[in-house]
Design a protein around this ligand. Structure first.
Ligand code: ZN
Length: 313
């Protein structure tokens, strides 16, 4: 997952203009999610404890309820003991496309306040549990992890997307409704960093944006580099992987641009990803501006499935 670390990243101004927020958030409603990096000195505390940070994989894996098992009273199956083992029971369509209320759905849990760095506070409960284990160990070793974006519903993503589509949120400093009148070209521009509603991994609650929605933070600041290196070295021990690694030669051929901040809880997300193309067809991707471009762009293989292969198993 280090393949992107030494590649040239987009200019900071371009990243800002893009909304900094792939997968994503965006300037717009999520602008408040962007966090100011705290001091490197603060993060440096406890570095000597690094060796203590190795932690066995989490035992509790996504144990999804049986098919149709959306009944809040339905008991969860006994979790498998191997963290690398993805959940394999069917998940209802609503969980794949973000048509849920995480505040009342038993699959979701609230992220502890001390790890919240933005306005999104919910995640899949297994992902939240694993993140807390990771963040506690990281903190014990002087690495401060914050979740700046987590679960987003279909309607959350629709607002982000439509605002970019309609020019309310600038993309690359431009109002796309005038600068890119061709629908497919406009959608492709937004897709550099933002998902179409119904296709975001943030719908699943398994994916978290950490610390700063900006690749430059992770390459050009001392604290950001430390944290990224720690994540690359340790996140897999807790079930997390970086979904959007570098593109281009030797990297991903399709999909969103690189996002050093977007990490996914693989034991649940890998199964959701397997089920996604089976249960979600283009007929489901409607109800947002430019939805007719989804099929032409083929967003399911090119974007939903255009991820770091390490996150697919
Ligand atoms: Zn993200």
């Amino acid at each position: 997952m280090k393949i992107g670390r030494f590649l040239v990243v987009p200019a900071f101004s371009a990243a800002l203009a893009a909304g900094l927020a792939a997968c994503s958030a965006s300037a717009g409603p999520d602008t408040a999610d962007i966090v100011t990096p705290s001091s490197a000195a603060q993060a440096a505390a406890g570095e000597s404890l690094e060796l203590a940070s190795a932690q066995p994989p989490p035992d509790s894996i996504a144990a999804e309820p049986p098919p149709g098992g959306t009944d809040p009273a339905a008991p969860e199956a006994t979790p498998p003991s191997d963290a690398a083992q993805p959940a394999t029971s069917h998940v209802a369509l609503k969980y794949l496309i973000g048509d849920v209320d995480p505040a009342t759905d038993p699959k979701f849990a609230r992220i502890p306040d001390k790890y919240i760095g933005g306005s999104r506070v919910w995640g899949h409960k297994d992902a939240v549990d694993a993140f807390v284990r990771m963040a506690e160990d990281a903190a014990a070793n002087g690495y401060k992890l914050k979740i700046v974006s987590a679960f987003r519903s279909f309607s959350d993503q629709k607002q982000i997307w439509d605002d970019k589509w309609n020019g309310k949120t600038l993309v690359g400093g431009k109002k796309l409704n005038t600068s890119l009148p061709d629908p497919k070209a406009r959608a492709l521009k937004i897709l550099e960093f933002s998902s179409m509603p119904g296709t975001s991994r943030h719908h699943w609650g398994t994916d978290f944006d950490l610390n700063a929605l900006d690749n430059k933070y992770f390459t050009n600041t001392k604290e950001g580099r430390r944290i990224y290196d720690w994540l690359v070295g340790h996140a897999a021990n807790y079930g997390f992987c970086q979904v959007y690694t570098a593109k281009g030669e030797g990297g991903r051929p399709t999909g969103y641009e690189e996002e050093k901040w977007h990490w996914s809880y693989r034991p649940v997300a890998a199964w959701y990803l397997k089920q996604y193309p089976v249960d979600v067809g283009y007929e489901r991707l409607t109800g947002f501006a430019g939805a007719e471009t989804a099929k032409a762009i083929d967003v399911i293989p090119n974007y939903v499935q255009g991820i770091n292969p390490e996150c697919t198993q």
